[in-house]
Design a protein around this ligand. Structure first.
Ligand code: SF4
Ligand code: SF4
Length: 439
């Protein structure tokens, strides 16, 4: 009975903290500008393709298979959690064994995925730490992001090992006819590793089984809360992020309603233009901080896996510029974490003397060619370009801090109606000496 009480308290506390933290992140994301997105059936199809079938990760088939082992393993093995929870609450043992012949088959599938997850995690640890793959060692991958990735992989290995230990110790006890461990059939993996446990006494096996069982469940509950502070949050948020991705072409800038209205009125002074809501405009051209971006940008930030595929594909980064799209997204998340609760308390105009541009320099922003390679490569459909463009818009329209070449181009557009330094009348002068007629 004491075990059941401890289990229930641990379970409720862990899930309470987990949902509290998720609700907090949800409120942080809501501090940003509103954005209406229409429901479309296409969103579900895309979700199934990118999130469930992992289509973007499979661009590299080997890595795709390993990642899929971890992802599908995570989902499938969690079904076993259902049994652990029932057993923990009611003090039962192998409560789903009533499924009969299907049960050992089911556990064997879980065990297959447990081994596959261990295998994939070991390879990923090796790739990160021994092979030192460049994208995991870029400048923004400071001590914490690298440690975070290692912690996640090591915890996953430990959780998988503990569940295999439970099954192995359990089945040896069952084969000895222990009254609390009924024989429910042989399992795929632990059937093979059973000999490692057969030399142990009953009491040692019971201790080992209980220890591994508690280690697994407490480990899962701690991990559940850990991921909400880590890049592993993508395992949850990437579903929403992919679902809410816009259907516009990548890199398309969102018009600002007030500017659009101005242009419409210039073209037709009697045009009827809707007044943009103050909330939609946020009282600012572009964005200088997280709360002036759109909520989808903030959702992007919390969905980032820090995989660096965007940076590895970025031509600016490859050619030695300061820009790394992953850093842009990581900086945004850090800034939201730093200011979220203050914006909630003090409102949008909260000021701590810093902003997102304290973390991201103009050099980084202006290095972007808006080629969209980062969006194309991102396995969870994050759009760093949208953030870059809004920050640039702020620099230009609010601060007048465009690079010299752009200022010259702006002046030409204003004076000549074109980006070139010629008046409209002189534009075709170069055609005069051609050997053929152009008119
Ligand atoms: S759009 Fe900008 S940030 Fe993205 S890959 Fe191209 S240059 Fe890099
Ligand atoms: S933005 Fe996408 S591609 Fe870039 S690090 Fe994050 S998840 Fe990876």
């Amino acid at each position: 009975m004491l075990e059941q009480i401890i289990f229930i308290l641990a379970f409720i506390s862990a899930f309470g903290l987990f949902f509290f933290r998720l609700y907090r992140i949800y409120r942080y994301i809501k501090t940003a500008r509103p954005l209406k997105l229409k429901y479309r059936f296409k969103r579900i199809i895309r979700l199934l393709k990118i999130a469930i079938a992992q289509s973007k990760v499979f661009k590299n088939p080997l890595v795709g298979i390993l990642h899929a082992f971890i992802f599908w393993g995570f989902i499938i093995i969690n079904i076993e959690m259902l049994e652990i929870v029932i057993d923990g609450v009611f003090g039962t043992h192998r409560s789903l064994a009533f499924l009969g012949g299907i049960y050992p088959l089911l556990i064997s599938v879980f065990e297959f995925f447990a081994v596959a997850v261990i295998f994939a995690c070991v390879i990923f640890l090796f790739r990160r730490n021994a092979l030192k793959l460049k994208r995991f060692w870029n400048k923004e991958m400071t001590t914490w992001p690298r440690t975070d990735a290692n912690i996640i992989l090591i915890i996953e290995i430990m959780l998988m090992c503990s569940i295999l230990t439970v099954n192995a110790a359990d089945s040896v006890l069952a084969s000895r006819g222990h009254p609390h461990y009924p024989d429910v059939g042989a399992f795929l993996v632990t059937g093979l590793i059973q000999p490692l446990f057969t030399g142990m006494s009953d009491s040692s096996l019971v201790f080992l089984e209980r220890f591994a069982w508690w280690f697994h469940i407490i480990g899962v509950l701690i991990f559940l809360n850990y991921i909400t502070f880590s890049k592993h949050l993508h395992i949850l948020f990437s579903f929403f992020n992919i679902y809410f991705t816009k259907f516009d072409p990548s890199g398309k800038m969102m018009n600002m309603p007030s500017v659009t209205n101005e242009v419409k009125l210039m073209l037709n002074p009697s045009a009827e233009v809707p007044q943009p809501s103050a909330e939609a405009e946020a009282g600012l051209f572009g964005a200088k901080d997280s709360q002036y971006l759109y909520w989808k940008n903030l959702l992007d930030a919390f969905s980032c896996t820090e995989c660096g595929r965007c940076t590895a594909a970025c031509p600016a980064n490859i050619t030695g510029k300061k820009l790394s799209p992953r850093k842009i997204i990581m900086d945004l998340r850090d800034r939201v974490e730093e200011t979220g609760s203050k914006v909630l308390k003090q409102g949008k105009n909260f000021d701590d003397g810093k902003d997102l541009l304290s973390l991201i320099s103009p050099d980084e922003l202006w290095a972007c060619t808006t080629c969209n390679a980062c969006i194309e490569e991102c396995p969870v459909n994050i759009d760093p370009v949208a953030v870059i463009l809004d920050l640039r818009r702020y620099l230009v329209l609010e601060k007048g801090l465009a690079p010299g070449q752009l200022n010259a181009m702006f002046a030409n557009i204003e004076n000549n109606g074109a980006p070139w330094q010629y008046s409209a009348e002189d534009r075709l002068l170069w055609t005069e000496n051609l050997s053929f007629k152009t008119k």
